[in-house]
Design a protein around this ligand. Structure first.
Ligand code: ATP
Ligand code: MG
Length: 319
């Protein structure tokens, strides 16, 4: 099928499309209606996606994955404030630039099905009102690929099942000619075959030169298609690994990444004691320290990134 990636200008193969360093996001909240408080949810987050690369972001629920996507797209809620460095194709991603690129060069598959406009038919929504032949044909091909009948174009979002809505959200991004795709949990509710097809579709966009960032809980599915994995824990990125590092626990680095590996279905769903700390009760230093067998007194200090065996880790004990 015809897939288009905008190659007129921008990142050369392998050059960073998206580079985020030290992203931090906090919310202003009012305690008991009166006292103003800052709650830092993302503390220190680094992610890089290069042209031609597909990167997965994995991490526990509430670790800030969707906030990361919303920060890139300039869609943070009004009570959020963000800091750190965000670059797109080598220069700063300013609010003005995001405004211009969102929906065309930079596209997002949102996590929430509620992002579909309830008052607009799906076909019109995906085509963003365009009626040219090329766009219409492209939509037909996307529908064929996702087992959606052509008549679905005429339906309103309330007439769709959860799985159909998910496929419509994916189609909305794939009809563009993006240089950067951010897919936030694109596969829940899809049967395995369609979920795999969606991941392959993102892979094709990467192979054609786009940078693709997929946020997912389905590590097993992601490992089949992505190049690299960035692991988040409690608002911090704590490891960057190649997908092939996940073949064995020993080739991983951070104790939390190893815990994720052990919890995968193919490794026997082995649980790890404890829970991710609440944003207002973060320990000093490593956020995983309270759950970690390898924890020492040194772990309560700031933990720097370390290059290790072709990846990066924020852990003093990783070898
Ligand atoms: N508008 C808001 N005001 C206050 N806190 C918020 C707001 N939006 C998100 N948060 C908090 O920020 C944290 C990170 O949320 P986020 O949605 O990014 O998590 P996530 O990693 O995407 O989780 P999931 O895997 O469940 O989708 C959560 O603890 C959430 O409660
Ligand atoms: Mg989320």
């Amino acid at each position: 099928m015809e897939l288009n990636v905008n190659t007129e200008k921008g990142a050369a193969p392998g050059a960073p499309v998206l580079k985020i360093e030290h992203l931090h996001i906090s919310f202003t909240q009012y305690e008991q209606g009166l006292r103003r408080e800052q709650m830092t949810v993302i503390r220190d987050l680094d992610v890089e996606v290069r042209a031609g690369e597909m990167v997965a972001v994995v991490g526990s629920s509430g670790s800030g994955k969707s906030l990361l996507a919303h920060a890139v797209l300039g869609l943070l809620p009004y009570n959020a404030s963000a800091g750190g460095k965000m670059e797109y194709c080598g220069s700063e991603l300013t609010p003005d630039r995001i405004e211009k690129l969102r929906g065309s060069e930079i596209v997002m598959v949102p996590q929430s099905l509620a992002c579909l406009d309830p008052l607009m038919k799906t076909g019109h929504q995906i085509r963003k009102g365009r009626t040219d032949k090329r766009t219409k044909n492209k939509l037909k091909e996307i529908f064929r690929r996702y087992n959606l009948k052509e008549s679905v174009e005429e339906l309103y979002p309330f007439e769709l099942s959860g799985g159909m809505s998910r496929r419509i959200l994916i189609s909305t991004a794939l009809i563009e000619e993006p240089k950067l795709v951010i897919a936030d949990e694109p596969t829940p509710g899809l049967d395995l075959k369609v979920a795999k097809r969606a991941m392959e579709h993102f892979r094709e966009l990467a192979d054609m030169g786009a940078g693709v960032l997929v946020i997912t809980h389905d590590l097993e599915l992601a490992l089949e298609t992505v190049d690299r994995i960035v692991v988040f824990y409690a608002g911090e990125s704590i490891e960057e690994a190649k997908a092939s590092d996940f073949k064995r626990e020993e080739t991983l680095r951070h104790p939390y990444t190893k815990a994720l590996w052990r919890a995968m279905p193919r490794n026997g769903f082995q649980p790890t004691d404890g829970v991710q700390p609440y944003a207002k009760e973060m320990p000093e230093g490593c956020p995983f320290a309270p759950r970690c067998r390898l924890c020492t007194a040194e772990c309560s200090k700031e933990i720097p990134w370390r290059e290790l065996r072709g990846g990066r880790v924020r852990c003093l004990s990783a070898m």
